[in-house]
Design a protein around this ligand. Structure first.
Ligand code: RB5
Length: 148
């Protein structure tokens, strides 16, 4: 199950990504918003992020205009590693190296075909572990208030 959410900049792209998820055989839980009426991205980004952090959803996809505000918001939720990606190579590397569990996309800066390729790569690339696990563990330590 994939958590998906957006602010008012993202409903059209969110629908395209939902169709792609279905095509790829994923189920999803849509946390809104569904219209162009102005909303606040921390509300929607955090709802998807909490679904990932709790284990209800295996990964998340969050969308706002730039992808910046909603990625910052998602990253405030403990256990979430949200990566804002505007091309597929970063989507691949953030899975391999950071074990990112939430993907952020900017609907006003990334076209729909590119966005869908980013989603495909993000969802099909595995974490490499090894030396990268140590660094991910340090991110968790930071979350827990440790000073490195
Ligand atoms: C909303 O107008 C816009 O600020 C938001 O979608 C996003 O780009 C924030 O980072």
């Amino acid at each position: 199950m994939i958590a998906i959410a957006c602010d008012h900049a993202g409903p059209a792209l969110k629908e395209e990504i939902k169709a792609l998820l279905t095509e790829m055989g994923y189920t999803y839980k849509d946390f809104g918003t569904d219209t162009a009426a102005s909303v606040d991205y921390p509300v929607y980004g955090s709802r998807a992020a909490y679904a990932v952090a709790s284990g209800e959803c295996e990964k998340g996809i969050v969308i706002c205009g730039t992808g910046i505000g909603i990625s910052i918001s998602a990253n405030k939720v403990k256990g979430v590693r949200c990566a804002l990606c505007s091309e597929p190579l970063s989507a691949s590397l953030t899975r391999q190296h950071n074990d990112a569990n939430v993907l952020a996309i900017g609907a006003r800066v990334t076209g729909p075909e590119l966005a869908k390729e980013i989603v495909r790569v993000f969802l099909t690339t595995e974490f490499e572990g090894g030396r990268h696990q140590r660094r991910v563990d340090l991110i968790t330590a930071l979350e827990n208030g440790e000073v490195l």
